[in-house]
Ligand binder design. Structure first.
Ligand code: PGA
Length: 253
């Protein structure tokens, strides 16, 4: 792995009440006590944010949200703003997850506003990109990634590009148990890095790019061993503290 510090981010999706989240963090923290050289984040439902920020304080675990609106406030029923997240002590936010794109109409146009809004509020954004199975079969992966990366970063100034983490998540590998091969992951992640390089070469060297999609303790080391893969966005396997800690450990090797 490169000089970039790896990031292992767990995406809980719509799982865990506050009590379940508390049990989880109490189990996770001791498992990470000897871990070094890797950043760890858990992306939790809104209702768990405050409790997890309190419980993770002083530890290596950062707490991220899974979505936000781009405006600081306004008549947007059901939405949560970047300012509200940073006020709670949240350190980052996942943006443009494929489930938000597919189920809730998240668009590249909205993401073009959300990514810089997160940075301005002091949040670390993880911008998710990735192709469907059909797009991969039609050799359309690069076009899709180019569009998502270009639009998502369009309004981020060059000097802040490296503060964005990008997660390459092939949609066909999310929650399916079908993981991309290490070679496929490396190829796509390197392509994403080159796209950032089209904007700014220094940013391309600094930007962290994660792989996501059916990452498990059994396949983590190989995926994380690829030259351009700077970490993982982990869904299902992040719900179990023990499993998640094993993936974090794989990133330290
Ligand atoms: P998965 O989810 O690890 O369960 O495939 C990944 C994600 O949705 O980020």
């Amino acid at each position: 792995m490169s000089a970039r510090t790896p990031l292992i981010a767990g995406n809980w999706k719509m799982y865990k009440t506050e009590a379940q989240a508390e049990d989880y963090i109490q189990a996770l923290l001791p498992l990470l006590s000897s871990v070094d050289g890797v950043e760890v984040a858990i992306c939790v439902p809104f209702t768990d944010l405050r409790a997890m920020v309190d419980s993770a304080r002083g530890s290596r675990v950062e707490v991220y949200a899974q979505n936000m609106h781009q405006e600081p406030e306004g008549a947007f029923t059901g939405e949560v703003s970047p300012v509200m997240l940073s006020d709670v002590g949240v350190q980052g936010v996942v943006l443009g997850h494929s489930e938000r794109r597919a189920c809730f109409g998240e668009t590249d146009k909205a993401l073009a506003l959300k990514v810089p809004a997160a940075l301005e509020a002091g949040l670390r954004p993880i911008l998710c990109v990735g192709e469907t199975e059909e797009e991969r079969d039609n050799d359309d992966t690069e076009r899709k990634l180019r569009q998502q990366v270009r639009d998502g970063l369009a309004r981020v100034p060059d000097e802040r590009l490296a503060e964005v983490t990008i997660a390459y998540e092939p949609i066909w590998a999310i929650g399916t148990g079908r993981v991309a091969s290490a070679e496929q992951a490396q190829e796509a992640v390197a392509f994403v890095r080159a796209l950032v390089g089209d904007r700014d070469q220094r940013a391309a060297e600094g930007v962290r790019i994660l792989y996501g999609g059916s990452v498990k303790p059994e396949n983590a080391a190989e995926l994380l061993g690829q030259a351009d893969v700077d970490g993982a966005l982990v869904g299902g396997a992040s719900l179990d503290a023990e499993c998640f800690a094993q993936i974090v450990a794989a990133a330290t090797r």
